[in-house]
Design a protein around this ligand. Structure first.
Ligand SMILES: CC(C)(COP(=O)(O)OP(=O)(O)OC[C@H]1O[C@@H](n2cnc3c(N)ncnc32)[C@H](O)[C@@H]1OP(=O)(O)O)[C@@H](O)C(=O)NCCC(=O)NCCS
Length: 379
């Protein structure tokens, strides 16, 4: 587009509030904002999550709500630059969703809920209503979504209605004067409205003295200790573990994204009594009903049967069908350097069968290649 061309706008100019449509699925209703929404708009926008993840004024007060309801929303409808809907649920104002025109046939969606409306599927319903309207009545071809990296609730709402996600864009968003990295997503008019990937949240698995649970930021010290452990570095020289406390958040984010994209599910293998991290177990590389299982131990987690117990729990979960809340994998691979006696013994105790030894495929720490022992386990 040439810089001198006008900003693309919605095709219709709508007198507010008279011609703002009311859209409902019987549970959630989208309607024009009302002056009486003001107190709950203030509660929603002063809430810490809204302050953290959106660009609403900070601090948020009655004057900010008055400006939003009296100026921003009516002007956006009248100028056709954006369509703002109040979200109503349980007979009261539950939040706002908007479609902002970003070009001919394209808009960006934004949404936020009052704290007492969260966790009840309201965002998914509101998104569905707004998207249906945008594609049908505003002739949109594509709707985009952007969120600050780490806004999992927003990502999950977008994921649930079928958004596809691109790479993280560094510094794309301005948050009150600071640049923040952004997740981006898109949904075209003809896309299916449902999750494109499995979101592999690791379920808690317990037995044999260990509890498998999601990794948390409080496990940061143990992750760094594992990363710096010479035994682990020799066995897995390419493991992308955090080597400093500053790298922990980025590592956990990558773990979360692997799960959210359906690529990889990883558990912290914790001591069942103390909840202290002893190691990691993961399932990844899903293809045609096969997947690979991987693991490593913190130095304090070795020699106590923790990983044997963990591998048993993970393989059972991976091979169980969806009806048993399993991953529905029919075949598991386990690969380890042929010289790694500990890992090979573990594989054999867990019931894996040696398929063969591949030559020169396991990277060593000094840049050389070891042979790889390949094991398999069929469900
Ligand atoms: C974004 C928002 C509207 C989502 O509303 P919601 O869908 O009711 O939110 P929920 O609290 O139910 O969270 C949605 C899902 O994300 C999941 N989730 C929340 N935090 C998570 C985290 N840290 N990691 C992984 N998943 C997480 C929830 O478990 C929930 O899953 P479910 O759909 O299976 O129940 C709401 O959180 C909000 O108003 N946030 C502040 C404003 C905002 O961030 N707007 C979006 C700007 S891009």
């Amino acid at each position: 587009m040439l810089a001198s061309e006008p900003v693309a706008r919605h095709s219709a100019f709508v007198p507010f509030p008279a011609d703002v449509p009311t859209l409902t699925d019987g549970v959630v209703t989208l309607r024009a904002h009302r002056p009486s929404d003001a107190p709950r708009v203030v509660e929603q926008c002063a809430d810490p999550l809204t302050q953290r993840w959106t660009t609403v004024p900070s601090p948020y007060d009655d004057a900010a709500a008055a400006a939003f309801l009296g100026d921003v929303v009516p002007y956006a409808w009248a100028s056709a630059t954006a369509a703002y809907f109040a979200i109503e649920h349980d007979g009261r104002f539950a939040g706002t969703i908007d479609l902002r025109s970003t070009g001919v046939g394209e808009a960006e969606v934004g949404f936020g809920l009052h704290p007492d409306a969260r966790g009840r599927g309201v965002a998914r319903r509101a998104l569905t209503l707004a998207l249906d309207w945008g594609y049908a009545e505003r002739d949109l071809a594509v709707v985009t979504w952007r969120a600050q990296v780490g806004n999992w609730a927003s990502r999950r709402a977008a994921w649930s209605v079928g958004f596809a996600f691109g790479p993280t864009v560094p510094g794309m968003l301005d948050q009150r004067g600071e640049r923040r990295d952004a997740w981006i997503g898109w949904l075209t008019r003809t896309d299916d409205r449902g999750p494109r990937t499995r979101w592999l949240s690791p379920p808690a698995l317990e037995g044999g003295g260990v509890r498998l649970r999601p990794w948390r930021d409080t496990d940061g010290d143990r992750l760094v200790e594992a990363a710096l452990d010479p035994v682990l570095r020799a066995a897995l020289p390419r493991a992308p573990l955090p080597r400093t406390a500053d790298e922990v958040a980025g590592y956990l984010l990558r773990v979360g994204l692997g799960a959210a994209n359906g690529d990889r599910v990883a558990w912290c293998v914790a001591d069942a009594a103390t909840d202290v991290a002893l190691g990691n177990a993961a399932v990844f590389g899903f293809e045609d009903g096969s997947a690979e299982v991987g693991f490593w131990s913190h130095p304090a987690g070795r020699g106590r049967g923790a990983m044997t117990a963990a591998l048993g729990l993970v393989t059972a979960h991976a091979l169980a069908g969806a009806e048993a809340d399993g991953l529905g994998v029919r075949r598991l691979d386990l690969l380890t350097a042929a010289t790694n006696r500990g890992a090979r013994g573990l594989a054999e105790r867990a019931g894996f069968t040696l398929v063969g030894v591949e030559r020169a495929t396991s990277p060593t720490r000094d840049g050389d290649w070891d042979d790889t022992a390949r094991y398999e386990l069929l469900g």
